[in-house]
Design a protein around this ligand. Structure first.
Ligand code: CU
Length: 187
């Protein structure tokens, strides 16, 4: 039931979320009438690190407001499949436990996880009541980047750390330092 499995009760939700993917923050009001309004949009990209053949996130510092719903977009130019560490194939901590993804084909899916063969990197934040795990597919072999969108409900304030939890020879990629980890501050 991982990945693209869509239980019947989620078919309508999937349709709405596809619309949200197109309409971005406008759509979220339609989908989530009782939820706090999106007050912040964050875009991150995974690009070739300067002077290196390795890929990394374009910024180490992520700051978002508390007590709201934050819309994230992650654009990944890395075509490499790394897979997730054991047991970390599920999308967690996002609004409705879902994420929207376009694997560089221009076609969006609403998923709650991905198999290892479709994971390039992750965006993971844990602590202080947060257990965010977003799975990022590789860029298309033909060149276009993959794109992930998700919504994160925030509460209070916290100084946390984000990291890529993808598998780097059996260890967490973000454990290697630069480009795959940084600060995640909720103000
Ligand atoms: Cu990574």
């Amino acid at each position: 039931m991982l990945a693209r499995a869509r239980p019947p009760t989620h078919v309508a939700l999937a349709a709405v979320l596809v619309t949200v993917g197109v309409l971005a923050s406008v759509g979220v009001y339609l989908l989530l009438p009782s939820a706090p309004a999106v007050s912040s949009n964050v875009t991150l990209s995974i690009v070739r690190a300067p002077g290196s053949s390795a890929y990394g996130f374009s910024t180490a510092t992520v700051t978002v407001p508390g007590d709201t719903l934050v819309h994230f977009t992650i654009v990944n130019y890395d075509p490499t499949v790394h897979g997730a560490l054991a047991g970390r194939n599920g999308t967690m901590g996002t609004w409705m436990g879902r994420e929207m993804m376009d694997p560089g084909s221009g076609s969006w899916s609403n998923v709650s996880g991905l198999p290892n063969g479709e994971i390039s990197h992750t965006f993971t934040v844990t602590g202080d009541g947060y257990d965010l795990n977003v799975l990022i597919p590789p860029a298309a072999a033909s060149g276009p980047p993959s794109i992930v969108q998700f919504w994160l409900p925030t509460h209070g304030t916290a100084d946390l750390t984000w990291a890529c939890d993808a598998d780097n020879m059996g260890g967490m990629m973000g454990g290697g330092g630069a480009w795959m980890t940084g600060s995640f501050d909720i103000d």
